[in-house]
Ligand binder design. Structure first.
Ligand code: ATP
Ligand code: MG
Length: 323
């Protein structure tokens, strides 16, 4: 059976972009793959943070992931810092990663441009990510589009290490995308990101979702109510594709093209579709919040399972590298 690995940072609340681009897919894929899902807290310390917030957010992320459908009886869900082999392999990969490749990563350039003093961790982030994946020798990585370039680098790192120390030892991991591979923030300016403060939370109450949805940017060609639009360029349509039934998606697209509906009608329908999907997720989250020991138990057993596999990989790597 193929192995999949994917991670999410506890850098804020799980949002509908994470859900449509990655987490919903994880819940589906765990049925047919041996699956590892990781809350990557060592990645989250590469931007400024408060220690107490990190602790809280890590638990909240676990609750959100379980509520969104990850099932500890089907997949291994764990916290990165509970398995120290991730950082050990990352250091090893530092020695085979070309600096130029790191410097041309779009996410590095983007995040660094918003910082006065750039920590080396922001630059080296994709090395730790390669270690996360390759520690479990996973061949498939379900992610959003923003991670495709990092995965290309993971393959490069695997190739370079393999060429030097062990032909074919590490697989070259491939990205697995969803149709909603890139959800924009509702202001239309940038990708929806935890760290950008432009998110709609998966556990957010419906009134607050609507407050954000109502003024959201749509196809700029629809200036007047009577102007026809192009659904494909509209973020609201992309969200419909994630949350609405195929019939509704088709209907919405036709109404947009013919200016049969105004954007507000389209948004109301979207709010209803989102609500249908989120009601059971919210309910599961509030049930889980009442049972913190179940959440801790799931994390502890996930970490135990990972440590065993991680140790096997590291032992083989050390052996091949002459330690
Ligand atoms: P941060 O701002 O801290 O980087 P993030 O919102 O980008 O947070 P990550 O933890 O970096 O979230 O990524 C988790 C997963 O969600 C990754 O697979 C990523 O590709 C996916 N993802 C993140 N944002 C989006 C988005 N706007 N649309 C689709 N997928 C996304
Ligand atoms: Mg991100």
């Amino acid at each position: 059976m193929s192995r999949i690995f994917s991670g999410i940072q506890p850098s804020g609340e799980l949002h509908i972009g994470n859900y449509l681009g990655a987490v919903k897919n994880w819940a589906e894929l765990q049925r047919s793959y041996e699956s590892f899902f990781c809350i990557v807290d060592y990645h989250a310390i590469t931007i400024p943070y408060e220690p107490e917030d990190l602790r809280v957010r890590t638990r909240e992320m676990m609750v959100s992931l379980l509520a969104a459908g990850l099932d500890p009886s089907r997949s291994t869900i764990f916290v990165q810092s509970m398995v120290p082999e991730h950082t050990e392999l990352a250091w090893i990969f530092n020695s085979v990663t070309p600096l130029g490749e790191l410097e041309r990563q779009t996410q590095y350039k983007d995040k660094a441009s918003r910082m006065e003093s750039v920590p080396a961790g922001i630059l080296n982030y994709p090395i730790l990510q390669a270690a996360d994946i390759l520690l479990y020798r996973a061949d498939l990585v379900p992610v959003g589009e923003d991670q495709v370039q990092h995965l290309e680098l993971s393959r490069e790192i695997a190739r370079r290490w393999n060429a030097r120390f062990g032909d074919g030892f590490f697989p070259e991991p491939q990205a697995k995308l969803t149709p909603a591979r890139r959800i924009m923030g509702l202001d239309g300016n940038a990708k929806m990101s935890k760290s950008m403060g432009n998110t709609v939370g998966l556990l957010e109450p419906p009134e607050s979702i609507w407050e954000k949805l109502r003024p959201a940017v749509t196809d700029p060609a629809r200036v007047r109510r009577t102007d026809p639009g192009t659904p494909e360029v509209c973020n609201i349509y992309q969200l419909h594709r994630g949350f609405s039934t195929p019939e509704t998606v088709e209907h919405v697209a036709a109404q947009c093209r013919s200016a049969g509906w105004g954007c507000i009608d389209c948004k109301k329908t979207l709010a209803a579709s989102i609500e249908t999907e989120l009601v059971p997720i919210r309910r599961r989250a509030s049930e889980l919040a009442e049972r913190p020991s179940d959440v801790e138990d799931a994390l502890a057993s996930g970490a135990t399972r990972c440590r065993r596999i991680a140790r096997e990989t590291i032992d083989a790597v050390r052996e091949r590298m002459g330690f």
